[in-house]
Design a protein around this ligand. Structure first.
Ligand SMILES: Nc1ncnc2c1ncn2[C@@H]1O[C@H](COP(=O)(O)OP(=O)(O)OP(=O)(O)O)[C@@H](O)[C@H]1O
Ligand SMILES: CC(C)(CO)[C@@H](O)C(=O)[O-]
Ligand code: BAL
Length: 290
């Protein structure tokens, strides 16, 4: 099997793959694969007979001036890593294969869930994501699709889209895979200079400090305002870090909350720029019901 570039080739593979009796898991990616992606492929392989990994740098989720052109690409290496992790097929279409000439249809999830966090900094981003994910679902027709918790807001939005539109598949969200020092793996980490890379660990450390404060027993340990301050103060200690956002919101709806309620998950999410590189990370915060 080699890299599949067209829908026609994918359909002919699918026709020979006994799809009626075999389940298929899809792992959508933008390529430049790392261990985070491989963990999704392994999860897909454990639960399905067949696994398709798509590698497509989707232009509609990048705004003008963002890094669409310079996004790291290495399809040969991606192919090797995907197959080693258990993929049956790597689907790597050209832009014109996904977006037919004259294409003008978008799928958009509305409300707080797409407007907050990355939706505030990248207002057209999620409309591009939900549109391409929809197109990939229509082409591949998976039984299950796999996404990473690193992009927590994206995962919530896709789950909502699937629910709202009665899409006939299951969405699984896999845990964040981190480097040894705690930095969340991301294809964009390769943009970082040596000094930026060292300081980038502050996203995860700031989130860890919030977790520790939440469990410290202080009077204000459940206060969202205080926990945000804890994270911000930690990140501001790094001279190259420029905060885009630090927010703590309802873990399902991304609505505003004032405090962490027992038995209810909250999402602490951060986006931080190091030069031209924008990194994101998050942690689910919860306290036990007593
Ligand atoms: N560290 C990680 N752990 C778990 N899943 C991840 C991780 N990094 C990416 N993913 C997931 O892999 C899928 C494809 O992501 P993508 O190709 O954009 O990689 P990325 O490393 O997040 O890239 P970027 O640098 O663009 O954010 C998404 O569902 C994403 O959440
Ligand atoms: C889901 C996705 C592959 C859609 O282009 C992308 O947003 C990503 O890699 O997270
Ligand atoms: N994983 C996020 C894809 C993006 O930033 O466009």
């Amino acid at each position: 099997m080699s890299i599949i570039k067209t829908i026609e080739e994918l359909e002919s593979w699918s026709a020979g793959a006994d799809r009626k009796n075999r389940t298929l898991g899809l792992v959508p990616t933008m390529g430049y694969l790392h261990e985070g992606h491989c963990s999704l492929i392994r999860a897909a392989k454990a639960e399905n007979d067949l696994v398709v990994v798509s590698v497509f740098v989707n232009p509609t989720q990048f705004a003008p001036g963002e890094d669409f052109e310079s996004y790291p690409r290495n399809i040969e290496r991606d192919y090797e890593l995907a197959i080693a992790a258990g993929a049956d097929v790597v689907f790597n279409p050209e832009v014109g294969e996904i977006y037919v000439p004259g294409s003008s249809t978008f799928v958009e999830v509305t409300g707080d869930i797409t407007k907050k966090l990355c939706g505030a900094s990248r207002p057209t981003h999620f409309k591009g994501v939900t549109t391409v994910v929809n197109i990939l679902f229509n082409i591949v027709r998976p039984d299950r699709a796999y996404f990473g918790q690193k992009d927590a807001q994206q995962a919530l939005i896709i789950k909502k889209m699937v629910r709202d539109l009665h899409m006939p598949l299951e969405v699984t969200v896999c845990p964040i895979v981190r480097e040894a020092d705690g930095l969340a793996m991301s294809s964009r980490n390769v943009y970082l200079s040596a000094e930026e890379r060292k300081q980038a660990v502050c996203l995860n450390c700031g989130l860890q400090k919030a977790w520790e404060y939440l469990n410290s027993g202080s009077d204000d340990s459940r206060s969202v305002r205080k926990l945000i301050e804890v994270i911000e103060n930690h990140i501001k200690g790094q001279d190259l870090a420029v905060i885009d956002y630090v927010r703590i919101l309802d873990g399902e709806t991304l609505e505003e909350i004032n405090g962490i309620e027992p038995g209810k998950a909250a999402l602490a999410a951060v986006a931080v720029r190091f030069g031209k590189t924008r990194l994101i990370d998050n942690r689910v915060l919860s306290v036990e019901v007593r």
